[in-house]
Design a protein around this ligand. Structure first.
Ligand SMILES: [Mn+2]
Length: 418
């Protein structure tokens, strides 16, 4: 068996964003350098054959010395353990990575100057391509060699998938699928893909959360290759993690109860993670208050004051902090009574009742009607890195939320005009 540790966008030199003042002194130990040291330790512990870096290893050109020190220490430890390090350059480190590779002897740059290059590791071959300049508006796959590989071939590439006009090496999913590799390990987009398929193709994601919007598990991937089969496992060892936490406010009758509800939801989440092998050192919470709530209209203000007064706290050794709180609760409404009215409120109430029946034809009609508008929003530039497609259920949930808000506002308007 040949094993690899594959690392996505690392951005050495960047400090993690959205750390509260209370944890400011620990910023360094929550950043990319810490994620890199942990990955190095993991690679040595697991005795992998090689460590693969999918580009954007370094944040900027002027981070040469920072990256030199940090990368060199890790690469040398790996070399001592007999583990090779193979990297491709991305759009952030087009110039600095080749310079680092020429200074650090056991760091191999693959595909320099935009020429596909192969490198043997154990029973397999890694093939990669590096950015020749920081903007590349053509697909590197146009020049992918015609191969008839006898051994397992693993592709390593920094690229922008399915973004035709991108200046960062645009490639299409179809071209990726067509290339004669057993797996594509990609860099650039910070949201990791599901790589559990028999032929994994996708983004490794950032190795540590660099922004608060990078929610969910982050870390390197263990790649195990045996009998021609590729198996990938995400190792969420990032020191900093941001997480979306939905808190159901159905039982909350008083704004003082909000902090307790958030605390217990946080605890529950960490207990879940304790079943696995890794806990982050720090956890930034993006709380979403959801559900039907009796004091829905008071929650935004309660949330704002809670957020402004909050301090980091520790739960099972994890430093937790509130990064934001969004109120998405809906007022409690008696839909069955309202649905009998022959006015706009009645119509809206009937639609909302339909949205509770996902198996009905009318439910599908409502979802289909809303899809074009919602897809246009989801495709917007600001959401692109989320790499998210909308399911019918996503649309129905959003329609129900918007509908309930509109309905409660209609009722409030009518009561005011009485
Ligand atoms: Mn990039």
């Amino acid at each position: 068996m040949t094993t690899l540790l594959a690392i996505g966008d690392m951005h050495l030199g960047r400090l993690p964003a959205a750390i509260p003042d209370g944890l400011g002194s620990r910023r360094q130990e929550l950043g990319p350098e810490a994620a890199w040291s942990r990955s190095v330790a993991e690679a040595i512990e697991r005795e992998v054959d090689a460590v693969l870096l999918a580009g954007d290893v370094v944040e900027r050109h002027r981070d040469f010395f920072v990256a030199y020190g940090q990368l060199k220490a890790g690469v040398e430890q790996l070399a001592e353990a007999g583990i090779e390090v193979i990297a491709v350059a991305g759009n952030h480190d087009t110039h600095v990575l080749p310079r680092l590779a020429s200074e650090i002897s056991s760091l191999h740059l693959l595909g320099a100057g935009g020429h596909w290059q192969q490198h043997p590791v154990g029973d397999l071959t890694v093939i990669g391509w590096s950015f020749p300049q920081s903007r590349v508006s053509f697909s590197p796959l146009d020049s992918f060699p015609r191969l008839d590989p006898k051994k397992v071939l693993v592709g390593l590439l920094h690229c922008d998938r399915d973004q035709t006009d991108s200046p960062y090496a645009p490639v299409s999913s179809a071209d990726l699928a067509e290339a004669s590799v057993n797996a594509w390990l990609l860099g650039h987009i910070h949201q990791p893909d599901d790589l559990s398929a028999a032929r994994p193709i996708g983004y490794l994601g950032s190795v540590n959360a660099l922004r608060a919007s990078e929610t969910g598990a982050r870390g390197p991937w263990l790649v195990e290759i045996e009998d021609g089969k590729v198996m990938m496992t995400h190792l969420p060892l990032a020191p900093l993690r941001f997480e979306t936490l939905s808190v159901d406010c159905a039982e909350i009758e008083d704004s003082d109860a909000l902090s307790g509800a958030i605390l217990s939801a946080t605890r529950e989440r960490i207990v879940e993670w304790q079943q696995g092998d890794y806990l982050p050192d720090a956890l930034g919470l993006r709380v979403e208050l959801v559900g039907q709530c009796a004091i829905s209209e008071h929650l935004p203000q309660a949330a704002e004051s809670l957020l402004s007064q909050s301090q980091p706290w520790t739960e099972y050794g994890v430093s937790c902090f509130l990064q934001r709180i969004d109120t998405r609760t809906i007022p409690r409404l008696d839909l069955n009574r309202l649905a009998r009215q022959s006015d706009p409120c009645g119509l809206l109430a009937r639609h909302l009742l339909t949205l509770d029946e996902p198996d009905s034809e009318r439910w599908q009609e409502l979802v289909d009607m809303a899809r074009p508008d919602m897809e246009a929003v989801a495709a917007g530039r600001e959401f692109r890195e989320l790499n998210r497609s909308l399911s019918d259920q996503d649309i129905a949930t959003e329609l129900a939320r918007a509908g309930r808000l509109a309905l409660s506002q209609l009722i409030a308007q009518r009561e005011r005009s009485r």
